[in-house]
Ligand binder design. Structure first.
Ligand code: FAQ
Length: 311
Protein backbone atom coordinates (compact mmCIF):
# COMPACT_ATOMS: atom_id res chain seq x y z
CA UNK A 1 0.00 0.00 0.00
CA UNK A 2 0.88 3.68 0.09
CA UNK A 3 2.67 3.37 3.44
CA UNK A 4 5.25 1.01 1.94
CA UNK A 5 5.77 3.34 -1.02
CA UNK A 6 6.15 6.29 1.33
CA UNK A 7 8.78 4.40 3.34
CA UNK A 8 10.71 3.50 0.17
CA UNK A 9 10.61 7.15 -0.90
CA UNK A 10 11.75 8.43 2.52
CA UNK A 11 14.57 5.88 2.61
CA UNK A 12 15.77 6.83 -0.87
CA UNK A 13 15.77 10.55 -0.01
CA UNK A 14 17.59 9.93 3.27
CA UNK A 15 20.21 7.81 1.46
CA UNK A 16 20.85 10.63 -1.06
CA UNK A 17 19.47 8.50 -3.89
CA UNK A 18 17.76 10.22 -6.80
CA UNK A 19 14.01 10.04 -7.29
CA UNK A 20 13.30 9.28 -10.96
CA UNK A 21 10.16 9.97 -13.05
CA UNK A 22 8.72 6.45 -12.78
CA UNK A 23 9.29 6.18 -9.03
CA UNK A 24 6.41 6.64 -6.63
CA UNK A 25 6.48 10.05 -4.95
CA UNK A 26 4.12 11.93 -2.64
CA UNK A 27 1.65 14.18 -4.49
CA UNK A 28 2.89 17.23 -2.61
CA UNK A 29 6.52 16.49 -3.61
CA UNK A 30 5.44 16.32 -7.25
CA UNK A 31 3.42 19.53 -6.94
CA UNK A 32 6.29 21.42 -5.30
CA UNK A 33 8.69 20.33 -8.03
CA UNK A 34 6.29 21.34 -10.79
CA UNK A 35 5.86 24.74 -9.10
CA UNK A 36 9.57 25.38 -8.66
CA UNK A 37 10.76 23.96 -12.00
CA UNK A 38 8.00 25.76 -13.92
CA UNK A 39 8.82 29.04 -12.18
CA UNK A 40 12.46 28.46 -13.02
CA UNK A 41 11.70 27.67 -16.69
CA UNK A 42 9.45 30.72 -17.01
CA UNK A 43 12.23 32.87 -15.51
CA UNK A 44 14.64 31.71 -18.19
CA UNK A 45 12.41 32.63 -21.11
CA UNK A 46 11.06 35.88 -19.59
CA UNK A 47 14.67 36.68 -18.63
CA UNK A 48 15.57 36.78 -22.33
CA UNK A 49 13.63 40.04 -22.72
CA UNK A 50 15.59 42.58 -20.66
CA UNK A 51 18.89 41.65 -22.31
CA UNK A 52 17.52 41.08 -25.82
CA UNK A 53 16.51 44.73 -25.53
CA UNK A 54 20.20 45.60 -26.07
CA UNK A 55 21.17 43.20 -28.90
CA UNK A 56 20.58 45.76 -31.64
CA UNK A 57 22.52 48.40 -29.72
CA UNK A 58 25.55 46.39 -28.54
CA UNK A 59 28.62 48.62 -28.89
CA UNK A 60 30.73 46.19 -30.97
CA UNK A 61 30.46 43.03 -33.03
CA UNK A 62 32.22 41.08 -30.28
CA UNK A 63 29.80 42.28 -27.59
CA UNK A 64 26.84 41.56 -29.85
CA UNK A 65 28.00 38.00 -30.56
CA UNK A 66 28.48 37.32 -26.85
CA UNK A 67 25.09 38.76 -25.92
CA UNK A 68 23.27 36.80 -28.64
CA UNK A 69 24.93 33.59 -27.44
CA UNK A 70 23.88 34.32 -23.86
CA UNK A 71 20.25 35.03 -24.74
CA UNK A 72 20.13 31.85 -26.84
CA UNK A 73 21.54 29.88 -23.88
CA UNK A 74 18.62 31.15 -21.80
CA UNK A 75 16.13 29.81 -24.36
CA UNK A 76 17.98 26.49 -24.09
CA UNK A 77 17.78 26.53 -20.28
CA UNK A 78 14.04 27.08 -20.59
CA UNK A 79 13.82 24.00 -22.81
CA UNK A 80 15.80 21.74 -20.44
CA UNK A 81 13.60 22.90 -17.56
CA UNK A 82 10.27 22.50 -19.36
CA UNK A 83 11.41 19.00 -20.29
CA UNK A 84 12.25 18.28 -16.64
CA UNK A 85 8.79 19.52 -15.60
CA UNK A 86 7.18 17.32 -18.26
CA UNK A 87 8.72 14.21 -16.67
CA UNK A 88 6.39 14.96 -13.71
CA UNK A 89 3.34 14.59 -15.93
CA UNK A 90 2.52 18.24 -16.61
CA UNK A 91 2.46 19.27 -20.27
CA UNK A 92 4.26 22.29 -21.63
CA UNK A 93 1.02 23.79 -22.99
CA UNK A 94 -0.44 23.77 -19.51
CA UNK A 95 2.67 25.37 -17.99
CA UNK A 96 2.78 28.13 -20.59
CA UNK A 97 -0.94 28.71 -20.20
CA UNK A 98 -0.43 29.19 -16.46
CA UNK A 99 2.40 31.65 -17.07
CA UNK A 100 0.34 33.64 -19.56
CA UNK A 101 -2.67 33.81 -17.24
CA UNK A 102 -0.59 34.74 -14.17
CA UNK A 103 -1.22 31.47 -12.31
CA UNK A 104 2.48 30.63 -12.20
CA UNK A 105 5.27 33.02 -11.36
CA UNK A 106 8.65 33.92 -12.80
CA UNK A 107 11.53 35.54 -10.93
CA UNK A 108 10.93 39.02 -9.53
CA UNK A 109 14.24 40.21 -11.00
CA UNK A 110 12.99 40.29 -14.59
CA UNK A 111 10.45 42.99 -13.82
CA UNK A 112 13.13 45.70 -13.74
CA UNK A 113 14.11 47.71 -16.83
CA UNK A 114 17.48 47.66 -18.65
CA UNK A 115 18.09 51.39 -19.02
CA UNK A 116 21.70 51.46 -20.27
CA UNK A 117 24.28 49.15 -21.86
CA UNK A 118 25.92 48.77 -18.44
CA UNK A 119 22.78 46.93 -17.28
CA UNK A 120 23.83 44.01 -19.49
CA UNK A 121 27.03 43.84 -17.44
CA UNK A 122 25.24 44.23 -14.11
CA UNK A 123 22.78 41.46 -15.02
CA UNK A 124 25.63 39.13 -15.94
CA UNK A 125 27.64 39.87 -12.82
CA UNK A 126 24.86 40.10 -10.23
CA UNK A 127 21.78 38.32 -11.62
CA UNK A 128 23.69 35.40 -13.11
CA UNK A 129 25.96 35.41 -10.06
CA UNK A 130 22.91 35.09 -7.79
CA UNK A 131 21.48 32.42 -10.10
CA UNK A 132 24.66 30.32 -9.84
CA UNK A 133 24.79 30.66 -6.06
CA UNK A 134 21.21 29.41 -5.88
CA UNK A 135 21.58 26.72 -8.55
CA UNK A 136 24.85 24.98 -7.68
CA UNK A 137 23.17 23.29 -4.67
CA UNK A 138 20.23 22.36 -6.93
CA UNK A 139 22.64 20.05 -8.83
CA UNK A 140 22.20 17.83 -5.73
CA UNK A 141 18.39 18.10 -5.75
CA UNK A 142 16.69 14.79 -4.92
CA UNK A 143 14.74 14.79 -8.20
CA UNK A 144 17.03 13.34 -10.90
CA UNK A 145 15.90 15.17 -14.06
CA UNK A 146 16.02 18.59 -12.34
CA UNK A 147 19.43 17.92 -10.76
CA UNK A 148 20.91 16.81 -14.08
CA UNK A 149 19.51 19.82 -15.97
CA UNK A 150 21.16 22.04 -13.37
CA UNK A 151 24.65 20.67 -14.02
CA UNK A 152 24.69 21.92 -17.59
CA UNK A 153 22.85 25.13 -16.78
CA UNK A 154 25.39 26.04 -14.09
CA UNK A 155 28.30 25.63 -16.50
CA UNK A 156 26.63 28.00 -18.94
CA UNK A 157 25.69 30.45 -16.18
CA UNK A 158 29.35 30.65 -15.17
CA UNK A 159 30.21 31.93 -18.64
CA UNK A 160 27.32 34.41 -18.39
CA UNK A 161 28.53 35.70 -15.05
CA UNK A 162 32.07 36.02 -16.37
CA UNK A 163 31.01 38.02 -19.44
CA UNK A 164 29.06 40.44 -17.24
CA UNK A 165 32.01 40.93 -14.91
CA UNK A 166 34.36 41.53 -17.84
CA UNK A 167 31.93 44.00 -19.44
CA UNK A 168 31.61 45.98 -16.20
CA UNK A 169 35.38 45.96 -15.71
CA UNK A 170 35.89 47.47 -19.18
CA UNK A 171 33.36 50.22 -18.40
CA UNK A 172 34.70 50.81 -14.91
CA UNK A 173 38.23 51.34 -16.32
CA UNK A 174 36.91 53.43 -19.22
CA UNK A 175 36.02 57.11 -19.37
CA UNK A 176 34.47 58.92 -16.44
CA UNK A 177 31.06 58.67 -18.08
CA UNK A 178 31.47 54.92 -18.64
CA UNK A 179 32.52 54.39 -15.04
CA UNK A 180 29.48 56.37 -13.86
CA UNK A 181 27.19 54.29 -16.07
CA UNK A 182 28.60 51.05 -14.60
CA UNK A 183 28.15 52.37 -11.06
CA UNK A 184 24.57 53.46 -11.76
CA UNK A 185 23.71 49.99 -13.11
CA UNK A 186 25.15 48.29 -10.01
CA UNK A 187 23.24 50.74 -7.79
CA UNK A 188 19.97 49.76 -9.45
CA UNK A 189 20.52 45.96 -9.68
CA UNK A 190 22.08 45.23 -6.28
CA UNK A 191 18.97 45.16 -4.09
CA UNK A 192 16.69 43.37 -6.58
CA UNK A 193 19.46 40.72 -6.93
CA UNK A 194 19.37 40.08 -3.18
CA UNK A 195 15.58 39.63 -3.45
CA UNK A 196 16.03 36.83 -6.01
CA UNK A 197 16.84 34.41 -3.17
CA UNK A 198 13.26 34.70 -1.96
CA UNK A 199 11.71 35.99 1.28
CA UNK A 200 13.53 35.80 4.62
CA UNK A 201 13.52 32.31 6.15
CA UNK A 202 10.77 33.09 8.65
CA UNK A 203 8.46 34.12 5.77
CA UNK A 204 9.46 31.36 3.37
CA UNK A 205 6.41 29.09 3.27
CA UNK A 206 8.01 26.23 1.32
CA UNK A 207 11.59 26.10 2.65
CA UNK A 208 11.25 23.70 5.58
CA UNK A 209 9.41 21.04 3.58
CA UNK A 210 11.58 21.49 0.48
CA UNK A 211 14.73 21.10 2.58
CA UNK A 212 13.35 17.97 4.21
CA UNK A 213 12.74 16.54 0.74
CA UNK A 214 16.26 17.63 -0.32
CA UNK A 215 14.90 19.72 -3.16
CA UNK A 216 16.45 22.79 -1.52
CA UNK A 217 19.77 22.25 0.26
CA UNK A 218 20.13 25.65 1.93
CA UNK A 219 17.72 28.27 3.18
CA UNK A 220 17.03 31.52 1.29
CA UNK A 221 18.94 33.60 3.87
CA UNK A 222 21.96 31.26 3.85
CA UNK A 223 22.33 31.55 0.08
CA UNK A 224 21.75 35.31 0.17
CA UNK A 225 24.55 35.65 2.74
CA UNK A 226 26.87 33.50 0.63
CA UNK A 227 26.17 35.75 -2.38
CA UNK A 228 26.89 38.97 -0.45
CA UNK A 229 30.19 37.52 0.79
CA UNK A 230 31.19 36.57 -2.77
CA UNK A 231 30.27 39.97 -4.23
CA UNK A 232 32.13 42.26 -1.82
CA UNK A 233 35.69 41.41 -3.00
CA UNK A 234 34.51 41.26 -6.63
CA UNK A 235 33.08 44.80 -6.37
CA UNK A 236 36.43 45.93 -5.00
CA UNK A 237 38.35 44.47 -7.94
CA UNK A 238 35.84 46.06 -10.28
CA UNK A 239 36.45 49.46 -8.69
CA UNK A 240 32.72 49.82 -8.02
CA UNK A 241 30.82 50.23 -4.77
CA UNK A 242 27.78 48.33 -3.55
CA UNK A 243 24.95 50.72 -2.61
CA UNK A 244 24.65 49.74 1.05
CA UNK A 245 26.16 51.92 3.80
CA UNK A 246 25.55 49.13 6.34
CA UNK A 247 27.64 46.58 4.44
CA UNK A 248 30.50 45.70 6.78
CA UNK A 249 32.63 42.66 7.64
CA UNK A 250 31.58 41.02 10.89
CA UNK A 251 34.63 39.26 12.33
CA UNK A 252 32.60 37.34 14.88
CA UNK A 253 30.17 35.87 12.35
CA UNK A 254 32.78 35.48 9.65
CA UNK A 255 30.33 37.10 7.22
CA UNK A 256 29.37 40.56 5.99
CA UNK A 257 26.50 42.29 7.72
CA UNK A 258 24.24 44.12 5.30
CA UNK A 259 21.36 46.59 5.36
CA UNK A 260 17.63 45.87 5.46
CA UNK A 261 16.00 44.67 2.24
CA UNK A 262 12.81 46.44 1.18
CA UNK A 263 10.46 43.44 1.33
CA UNK A 264 7.45 45.63 0.56
CA UNK A 265 8.96 46.23 -2.87
CA UNK A 266 9.51 42.46 -3.32
CA UNK A 267 5.91 41.52 -2.51
CA UNK A 268 4.60 44.36 -4.72
CA UNK A 269 6.65 43.04 -7.66
CA UNK A 270 5.25 39.54 -7.01
CA UNK A 271 1.72 40.95 -7.06
CA UNK A 272 2.37 42.33 -10.55
CA UNK A 273 3.18 45.90 -9.57
CA UNK A 274 6.86 46.04 -10.56
CA UNK A 275 8.07 48.52 -13.18
CA UNK A 276 7.91 46.04 -16.11
CA UNK A 277 5.50 43.22 -15.13
CA UNK A 278 2.89 44.21 -17.68
CA UNK A 279 5.39 44.72 -20.49
CA UNK A 280 7.06 41.36 -19.88
CA UNK A 281 3.87 39.30 -19.87
CA UNK A 282 2.39 41.17 -22.85
CA UNK A 283 5.52 40.57 -24.90
CA UNK A 284 5.58 36.88 -23.84
CA UNK A 285 1.96 36.34 -24.91
CA UNK A 286 2.65 38.08 -28.21
CA UNK A 287 5.71 35.90 -28.88
CA UNK A 288 3.61 32.81 -28.12
CA UNK A 289 0.84 33.89 -30.52
CA UNK A 290 3.33 34.74 -33.24
CA UNK A 291 4.91 31.29 -32.86
CA UNK A 292 1.61 29.43 -33.34
CA UNK A 293 2.40 28.62 -36.99
CA UNK A 294 5.70 27.01 -35.97
CA UNK A 295 3.98 24.73 -33.46
CA UNK A 296 1.30 23.82 -36.03
CA UNK A 297 3.91 23.09 -38.71
CA UNK A 298 5.96 20.97 -36.30
CA UNK A 299 2.88 18.98 -35.28
CA UNK A 300 1.89 18.45 -38.94
CA UNK A 301 5.41 17.31 -39.76
CA UNK A 302 5.47 14.91 -36.82
CA UNK A 303 2.10 13.45 -37.84
CA UNK A 304 3.27 12.91 -41.42
CA UNK A 305 6.51 11.38 -40.21
CA UNK A 306 4.76 8.87 -37.93
CA UNK A 307 2.26 7.95 -40.71
CA UNK A 308 5.14 7.20 -43.07
CA UNK A 309 6.84 5.14 -40.42
CA UNK A 310 3.86 2.95 -39.54
CA UNK A 311 2.06 2.61 -42.90
N1 FAQ B 1 10.58 35.85 -7.56
O1 FAQ B 1 8.63 29.69 0.21
P1 FAQ B 1 9.52 30.44 -0.71
C1 FAQ B 1 17.54 32.77 -13.91
C2 FAQ B 1 7.78 33.13 -4.22
S1 FAQ B 1 17.62 32.80 -12.21
C3 FAQ B 1 9.29 35.49 -7.63
O2 FAQ B 1 10.87 30.81 -0.22
P2 FAQ B 1 10.63 28.54 -2.60
C4 FAQ B 1 18.84 32.82 -14.70
C5 FAQ B 1 7.69 31.63 -4.18
O3 FAQ B 1 7.47 31.08 -5.47
C6 FAQ B 1 15.95 33.01 -11.62
N2 FAQ B 1 8.68 34.73 -6.69
O4 FAQ B 1 9.59 29.66 -2.11
C7 FAQ B 1 18.84 33.92 -15.67
C8 FAQ B 1 6.53 31.42 -3.24
O5 FAQ B 1 5.32 31.71 -3.93
P3 FAQ B 1 4.25 30.52 -4.33
C9 FAQ B 1 15.15 31.73 -11.55
C10 FAQ B 1 9.44 34.33 -5.65
O6 FAQ B 1 10.19 28.05 -3.91
C11 FAQ B 1 19.68 35.00 -15.50
C12 FAQ B 1 6.71 32.55 -2.25
O7 FAQ B 1 7.48 33.55 -2.91
N3 FAQ B 1 15.73 30.80 -10.65
O8 FAQ B 1 16.47 32.73 -14.38
C13 FAQ B 1 10.79 34.65 -5.52
O9 FAQ B 1 10.88 27.54 -1.52
C14 FAQ B 1 19.70 36.06 -16.40
C15 FAQ B 1 7.39 32.08 -0.98
O10 FAQ B 1 8.78 31.78 -1.20
C16 FAQ B 1 14.99 29.88 -9.97
O11 FAQ B 1 13.79 29.83 -10.11
C17 FAQ B 1 11.37 35.45 -6.53
N4 FAQ B 1 12.65 35.85 -6.50
O12 FAQ B 1 12.02 29.35 -2.77
C18 FAQ B 1 18.02 33.91 -16.80
C19 FAQ B 1 15.77 28.95 -9.07
N5 FAQ B 1 11.26 34.10 -4.39
O13 FAQ B 1 4.95 29.66 -5.35
C20 FAQ B 1 18.01 34.98 -17.70
C21 FAQ B 1 14.94 27.81 -8.57
C22 FAQ B 1 10.22 33.46 -3.81
O14 FAQ B 1 3.93 29.78 -3.07
C23 FAQ B 1 18.86 36.07 -17.49
N6 FAQ B 1 14.02 28.22 -7.54
N7 FAQ B 1 9.12 33.60 -4.56
O15 FAQ B 1 3.08 31.24 -4.92
C24 FAQ B 1 14.32 28.26 -6.20
O16 FAQ B 1 15.43 27.95 -5.80
C25 FAQ B 1 13.22 28.64 -5.24
O17 FAQ B 1 12.00 28.52 -5.91
C26 FAQ B 1 13.38 30.08 -4.63
C27 FAQ B 1 12.15 30.37 -3.75
C28 FAQ B 1 14.63 30.15 -3.80
C29 FAQ B 1 13.42 31.12 -5.75
Amino acid sequence: GTAAYQTAFDTAVAAEERIEPRDWMPDAYRATLVRQIAQHAHSEIIGMQPEANWITRAPSLRRKAILMAKVQDEAGHGLYLYSAAETLGTGRDELLDKLHSGRQKYSSIFNYPTLTWADVGAIGWLVDGAAITNQVPLCRCSYGPYARAMVRICKEESFHQRQGYELLLALSRGTEAQHAMAQDAVDRWWWPSLMMFGPPDDESSHSAQSMEWKIKRHSNDELRQRFVDICVPQAESLGLTLPDPDLVWNEERGHHDFGAIDWTEFWEVLKGNGPCNEQRITQRRQAHDEGAWVREAAAAHAAKHSEAKYS
